[in-house]
Design a binder for this molecule. Structure first.
Ligand code: GLN
Length: 302
């Protein structure tokens, strides 16, 4: 066996490598080059990011150097950092992500926030103290339902995803956060495990695919080339899943139950028109995210 000591490359210290990777990323138009170099190097060395600075003049083993260069190569080919390191932070929680699930976006935290707001309000008969039944459709990594479950442990949570690999990742994340007994994760299409008008939910929420098919190829290469089209593609006009959910959710909601949907920033009018046209909902409203974009449409079943 080779002596590990013998394979140190004294030419490369942590700080030199960070500088090199940052400038390499810069020349390849990678956004946040320094931060991404740090994330990848700490992953390659199995260190916390802060440790890079505590050990900045530490020389590197050849094998670590090789591993890091492999990660840099993947990033240059535009693979998202979250897929390379296999984890993404959302709602201050770490979620495992694979190429089978959409990487949770910061703006989707707004969907969680809107849901939390609704779980706080209500009359005493409708109070937070009564366990509520909450269903997420198309859960992917499980980030949304698990963030909610972590904040409101008294309620009953359910989530579906028709992709087996996604449901498995969501399950892994539930275990990671000790929430596997709070959230029922089901590999199934939209509402299919539930009986209409019998499984009354207090809240249904979803971040469904909503990008028009023709626009997917023109998204950032990180998205177009790596993220699952099945989690992005909302059909010809981007509205097909939103349409389906709005058209069926009222069959699974109790009276006054809430439906919350993440939407694309130019879909407010279309989605409000669909919800209104359905005739089953009232109090239809759109909430903007912190960047000022229309992001969540919410409504109540009549
Ligand atoms: N917001 C996502 C994007 O960045 C789209 C997510 C979705 O279709 N639900 O493309």
């Amino acid at each position: 066996m080779q002596n590990r000591q013998a394979s140190i490359d004294a030419k490369w210290t942590i700080i030199k490598l960070l500088k090199w990777a940052t400038s390499y990323f810069n020349t390849h138009d990678i956004e946040r080059p320094r931060a991404e170099a740090e994330i990848l190097l700490s992953h390659a060395l199995k260190l916390q990011r802060i440790d890079l600075y505590l050990r900045y003049d530490q020389p590197l083993y050849d094998e670590d150097l090789k591993r890091f260069k492999g990660l840099v190569k993947r990033r240059i080919k535009r693979e998202p950092v979250a897929y390379i390191v296999g984890v993404k932070e959302f709602w201050s929680m770490d979620f495992a992500v694979t190429k089978d699930v959409l990487i949770p976006r910061p703006e989707t935290e707004f969907l969680v926030e809107a849901a939390l707001d609704l779980l706080l309000v209500g009359s005493s008969s409708d109070s937070i103290l009564m366990p509520k039944r909450i269903l997420e459709l198309g859960t992917g990594s499980g980030a949304v339902i698990l963030a909610l479950a972590s904040m409101r442990p008294g309620h009953r949570f359910f989530a579906t995803d028709r992709m087996w690999a996604a449901a498995r990742t969501a399950r892994k994340n539930a275990v990671r956060h000790g929430l596997e007994n709070n959230v029922a994760l089901i590999c199934a299409d939209w509402f299919s495990p539930f009986v209409p008008k019998q499984c009354a939910f207090d809240m249904i929420l979803s971040n469904p695919p909503y990008v028009p098919s023709r626009l997917i190829g023109g998204l950032q290469p990180e998205i177009a080339g790596y993220e699952p089209a099945s989690a992005l593609d909302g059909g010809e006009d981007g509205l097909s899943c939103l349409n389906h959910i709005i058209g069926h959710a009222h069959l699974y909601l109790r009276s006054k139950g809430a439906l919350l949907l993440e939407i694309g920033d130019d879909q407010k009018n279309d989605v409000e028109r669909i919800a209104d046209g359905c005739g089953a909902y009232e109090h239809i409203a759109c909430i903007k995210d912190y960047s000022g974009y229309d992001r969540v449409v919410q409504m109540r079943k009549k």
